[in-house]
Ligand binder design. Structure first.
Ligand code: HEM
Length: 485
């Protein structure tokens, strides 16, 4: 029997490998009657190296295509990478499907339910996000989030050193859970730690390799399924506990709509993913850029500390700070330009969409149903718009510089552009400001490298995930010492 298997399995594997890597299978996925050059593709998978390292694949392909439009394949789907200003105009115009692209490469949690949170019913995520990021809702949430952040910082003690990504995760998850989920999660540190672990496992089990052979049972994929089940159970338990009482939060909205626990879990997970996906890493990189640019560090510190001080002038009886949305939105102009510059430097990768009608870009025909990508580096790294694109220069976002760039049209897409601007921009800014104001007013901080030296150079991002801001490649430590006010 063993001999029979040994006789069959190796040749079968060889045939499979030959089919996968057969040079004759090179030509799939060309656009019909198109002169758009295409990258090498392999039967079934498409452009295989895309799955190994999508970011590097795109960088190499752009070079090979001489910085003009080109296409490649993901399975049997053709993806056209649009370039430059004409590419930008076509990409951010009407008539492209926003979610289809992200579904092609993204999470599969929706396939375990009978609905998709971006559907057209009132279970649509956009409507839930719109409700939980309404100005009056954010104003009401603000003091609670300040309280959450203060409590977390109190637990840090008087001084110490922490892995920056881990410590920010803890606080970002707490505030984001307050904003997009419910009190029962945000006020329970054990549940927050469980959420962090669940989301890590969901992410680990859904990288691009997982798309090639989705049925292959790797430990990461098991971990992913178990994480989904754990989240479902945690949310179901909270729903049950609300049988005889109500709260005023996103979870309650879903209970009131009569959504099943499964749909509620998918919606809450999607919202939390949107909220946490970029936020922690953006703050990490803001702090790294400030450390490397001491002049800006001092300016942002002073601004945050002044706002904190002012918040006590009209503060509460209990001595806690009192901020209004108006104050944090209008009195942090230096933070605002630093965040825009940080996002400009962070967003170099692509956005993705799917065409819902035929498109013509540079006289080239892109048929309906084709996926299109736009590399944001074509704007953010463009010396025609930003004179020294590799340098951190918040002056790029001074009123004068913005006015000067206006004649070029959209040159900054850190919060998206066109019809799909970030729905959580105000919420994200509030969340980041609460964290930064309280961090800088409670502590003197320093970001240090492995060797304990102040981080004077900003490390590159890990490059294994598209469409999101990734953490730094090397571990970075946040040193802090409580400030004597
Ligand atoms: C620093 C944090 C954040 C950054 C840098 C960011 C950035 C972006 C960008 C660039 C897009 C557009 C993507 C594209 O065009 O393909 C986007 C879309 C979106 N963001 Fe954010 N985001 C952040 C935080 C948040 C938060 C906190 C929420 C929710 C509370 C959120 C909800 C969304 C949603 C729902 C969309 C899709 C909008 C649509 O369907 O048209 N984001 N975000």
């Amino acid at each position: 029997m063993i001999e029979l298997l040994l006789a069959i399995i190796p040749p079968a594997l060889l045939v499979i490998l030959l089919l996968y890597f057969s040079p004759g299978a090179d030509d799939h996925g060309h656009l019909p009657s198109s002169d758009i050059p295409s990258q090498r593709a392999i039967w079934y998978i498409g452009s295989a190296s895309f799955f190994m390292n999508p970011s590097q694949f795109l960088i190499d392909s752009m070079k090979r295509a001489n910085n003009s439009i080109f296409s490649f394949r993901i399975f049997d789907s053709t993806v056209v990478v649009l370039r430059g200003v004409t590419g930008r105009n076509a990409f951010f115009s009407k008539g492209l499907d926003f979610m289809a692209g992200y579904r092609l490469l993204g999470s599969n949690i929706y396939k375990y339910t009978d609905f998709h949170p971006y559907g057209s019913s009132d279970e649509n995520m956009a409507s839930v996000i719109a409700t939980c990021t309404r100005p009056d809702v954010l104003e009401r949430l603000l003091p609670l989030m300040v309280e959450d952040a203060l409590q977390t910082f109190e637990m840090w003690g008087n001084h110490g050193a922490k892995n920056i990504s881990k410590s920010l995760d803890e606080i970002v998850f707490t505030l984001a859970a307050r904003m997009t989920m419910c009190r029962e999660f945000s006020e329970d540190p054990k549940k927050i730690r469980a959420l962090i672990s669940i989301f890590k496992r969901l992410e680990d089990g859904s990288d691009h390799n997982a798309l090639i052979v989705p049925w292959f049972p790797t430990p990461a994929r098991f971990g992913r399924i178990l994480a989904g089940v754990q989240l479902h159970r945690m949310i179901s338990a909270v729903i049950l506990s609300r049988k005889d009482r109500r709260e005023d939060d996103p979870l309650q909205t879903m209970i009131d709509k009569g959504l099943s626990p499964t749909k509620t879990t998918v919606l809450l997970a999607t919202m939390l993913f949107a909220a946490i996906g970029n936020t922690g890493n953006v703050i990490t990189y803001l702090l790294l850029h400030l450390e490397a640019n001491p002049k800006w560090k001092v300016l942002v510190e002073n601004e945050a500390r002044q706002l904190y001080k002012d918040s006590h002038t009209f503060g509460r009886d209990d001595g806690k700070p009192l901020f209004s949305m108006n104050s944090i939105e209008t009195q942090m102009p230096l933070f605002d330009v630093c965040i825009s510059e940080t996002l400009r430097m962070l967003f170099k990768g692509p956005f993705i969409r799917r065409s819902v009608e035929d498109m013509f870009v540079d006289q080239k025909h892109i048929p309906r149903g084709t996926y299109v990508m736009f590399p944001t580096a074509d704007l953010h790294d463009n010396a025609a718009f930003y004179s020294t694109p590799q340098e951190f220069n918040p002056e790029n976002f001074s009123a004068g510089a913005i006015q000067e760039r206006r004649r070029h049209g959209t040159t900054f897409v850190g919060w998206g552009a066109g019809r799909h601007m970030c729905a959580g921009k105000r919420a994200a800014q509030m969340l980041m400001k609460v964290i930064v104001i309280l961090l800088l007013s409670q502590f003197d901080i320093q970001i240090v490298t492995d060797g304990g030296e102040p981080a004077r150079r900003v490390p590159e991002q890990v490059e294994n995930q598209l469409f999101k801001v990734c953490p730094p490649k090397q571990a970075v430590t946040l040193r802090y010492e409580v400030r004597r006010q």
